[in-house]
Design a protein around this ligand. Structure first.
Ligand code: PDD
Length: 286
């Protein structure tokens, strides 16, 4: 099967998908996106992803070009056009094509683009050993809860991690943990799971919510509050979570071992719960 994309009402080979250079997504990064994991050909938590998409669209004052049932049909259609059991669906909506002017154009039609690639989750070795991360100052804007395609700061920060041979960059703003360049971050201290509260400084991760639900189900105490940098640096466990990383333990932070330098017991409980939950949800959907 060729790699099929969806652009403005039609399915076509990804390599043939084109947008005009005056698209505001290209000119201004004026658009929002979602990344939806697909397990066993079934989109995971699609209603929640569509709710977050609506939230992002509302935040940038862009009308949703489709209903949730249209999105659902299109996502499933795109998945059906790809061979893989586990996929990662990317969708993006921009404010469309217009003469370059910062203020919103009147009457522009939003550009809608979707593609699917194989879902790449962390290799077994990373799950078992944990991964290296570095830290940096979070200098992104103050609307990090919007899943905006304007990702220059995230790219610059992630590149620091790449150059340091690290998997993620954990970010601090005003002395407290926010998140990482493309994942949320959790801390374990004295058996308790700590997470930064959902506010304008972090993306409300779909995986973040799943982690909190599973922690509650497993009887793990949870506290959502501002987490000072020092509590992160002296954590027993540190995790990054996202749709592609799922739940992944951080083994070293800036070269220093986190806890025992290996994934800890709370991580192992939660990781196993996540894997079981994924399979259970997909069986129920079948
Ligand atoms: N990133 N925080 C940021 C800044 C992110 O970009 C992401 C996701 C997350 C985790 O959200 P979720 O659990 O819904 O995937 C947190 C996606 C995967 C990306 O940009 O590729």
């Amino acid at each position: 099967m060729s790699d099929t994309a969806y652009l403005n009402g039609e399915f076509l080979p990804l390599a043939e998908a084109r947008i005009p250079v005056l698209d505001r997504g290209f000119i201004f990064g004026d658009g929002v996106y979602e990344v939806i994991p697909v397990y066993s050909r079934r989109p995971f938590r699609l209603p929640e992803h569509l709710r977050r998409l609506q939230r992002s669209l509302d935040a940038i004052r862009l009308g949703n070009p489709m209903t949730d049932s249209d999105w659902t049909r299109l996502v499933n259609d795109l998945v059906a056009r790809h061979a893989g059991e586990d996929q990662s669906v990317y969708l993006q909506v921009t404010r469309g094509v217009a003469k370059r002017d910062h203020a919103f154009p009147s009457g522009a039609k939003p550009t809608v683009f979707m593609m699917s690639s194989p879902l790449v989750t962390p290799p077994r070795e990373q799950v078992e050993q944990g991964v290296p991360c570095i830290t940096a100052t979070d200098y992104r804007w103050l609307k990090c809860d919007v899943k905006s395609v304007s990702l220059l700061a995230n790219c610059l920060l992630r590149q620091l991690a790449a150059e340091a041979g690290a998997v993620e960059v954990v970010l601090f703003r005003d002395g407290c943990l926010t998140e990482a360049s493309a994942s949320n971050v959790f801390v374990v201290r004295n058996g308790k799971l700590l997470g930064p509260p959902k506010n304008h400084l972090i993306l409300p991760g779909i995986t973040y919510d799943v982690v909190l639900e599973l922690a509650a189900a497993k009887g793990i105490a949870v506290e959502l509050r501002a987490i000072p940098e020092q509590e992160v640096r002296s954590a027993d466990e540190l995790w990054v979570t996202s749709s592609s990383k799922e739940v992944l333990a951080v083994a070293t932070l800036d070269g220093k071992a986190v806890g025992g330098g290996r994934p800890g017991p709370v991580f192992r409980t939660l990781h196993q719960a996540f894997q079981e939950f994924k399979r259970k949800v997909m069986r129920q959907a079948a």
